[in-house]
Design a protein around this ligand. Structure first.
Ligand code: MEV
Length: 323
């Protein structure tokens, strides 16, 4: 059996704006999605996940293309898994019946990059199981293709962080790995509300099209905030970083990406002394992050007091592991 695990992620700065070519800074969190894969002697494809559900199907080659047919169970919820598997089979030119077990130690669909983490872990575990250990570059590319196939639009941020870990600065096609940055603990607050990434991206796109000048400026300012924020992190200027997170949140609210639940958790974190707080990922629900390196537990309690699920996590941790 092969096990692959890939980390979740937060956006310190720049979500949504990154879809329009602005710079974003994201970091791996110390929470992982794990895929265990073993080969079967038949062509059945079985996925079991305590958190997401289960799926049954058959691996078939039709007109030269490998695919998973006759899918039953939680087909939609597990579409990243089946898409990542199909792309891997076709890339290596071989498909096989498999048993897959998927587990995550952070909430799925929570805005913490679970779809990227699961896609990366599945591609890595299946290719390794079939004796074709792929390079990280190839894994990241296949996982990105899976995300695009399922959700239509995505930046490279999610799969890059899930594959390489650490901090990643993304601007369009350009991806910079930022090593040796300070790694403060961050408090993540999950609202418990599921929100669709593709629907939020669509909403921002519509706003941008109907109010071109305002939204282009807002996206440009977010890009500037990311640049200054990355420099503040490098200089360990957490106070400045916090102020920039707050400014980024204001602009995300203008884009319509926040929600009453997110705003509640963000206010609670700030009132409890966070240096800064903002939503992370697509928003509309999902999760927020707050920064207060010297006493993160105090912020976690404030978030829990408002019915959020709090996680205190290190950031900038390691990426994909396969064994
Ligand atoms: C979603 O996790 C973050 C977005 O910026 C989309 C993306 O970067 O793929 C909204």
């Amino acid at each position: 059996m092969v096990t692959a695990s890939a980390p979740g992620q937060i956006f310190l700065f720049g979500e949504h704006a990154v879809v329009y070519g602005q710079m974003a800074l994201a970091a791996a969190i110390d929470r992982y999605t794990k895929a265990d894969v073993e080969i079967r002697s038949d062509n059945k494809f079985r996925v079991d996940s305590k958190e997401v559900g289960e799926l049954r199907g058959e691996v078939q080659k039709l007109e030269g293309t490998w695919s998973i047919q006759q899918k039953t169970g939680d087909v939609k919820k597990l579409s990243y898994v089946t898409k990542a598997a199909e792309l891997t089979f076709n890339y290596i030119g071989r498909g096989k019946g498999l048993n897959l077990q998927v587990e995550s130690d952070f909430p799925i669909g929570s805005g913490l990059g679970s779809s990227s983490a699961v896609s990366v872990a599945i591609v890595a575990a299946i290719s390794e199981t079939l004796g074709e250990g792929l390079k990280k570059e190839e894994i990241s590319k296949l996982a990105f293709d899976a995300e695009m196939a399922v959700q239509g639009v995505a930046s490279k941020t999610g799969v890059t962080v899930a594959t390489y870990g650490d901090f990643v600065k993304v601007r369009g096609e350009r991806v910079d790995h930022m090593r040796n940055l300070p790694r403060p603990s961050v408090i993540v607050g999950h609202t418990g509300v599921y929100a669709s990434t593709s629907e939020l991206i669509e909403m921002v796109k519509e706003l941008k099209e109907s109010h071109q000048e305002i939204f282009e400026s807002a996206l440009g300012i977010i890009g500037e905030i990311t640049k200054i924020g990355a420099a503040a992190l490098r200089q360990r200027d957490f106070r400045k970083m916090g102020a920039l997170m707050n400014a980024n949140q204001m602009l995300l609210e203008l884009l319509g990406a926040s929600s009453p639940e997110l705003n509640r958790l963000i206010s609670a974190a700030r009132e409890a002394g966070a240096l800064g707080a903002k939503l992370t990922g697509a928003g509309g629900g999902g999760s927020m992050i707050a920064l207060r390196p010297e006493d993160p537990q105090k912020i976690a309690r404030a978030i829990e007091g408002k019915k959020g699920q709090a996680i205190v996590t290190k950031i900038g941790v390691g990426g994909l592991r396969v064994k």
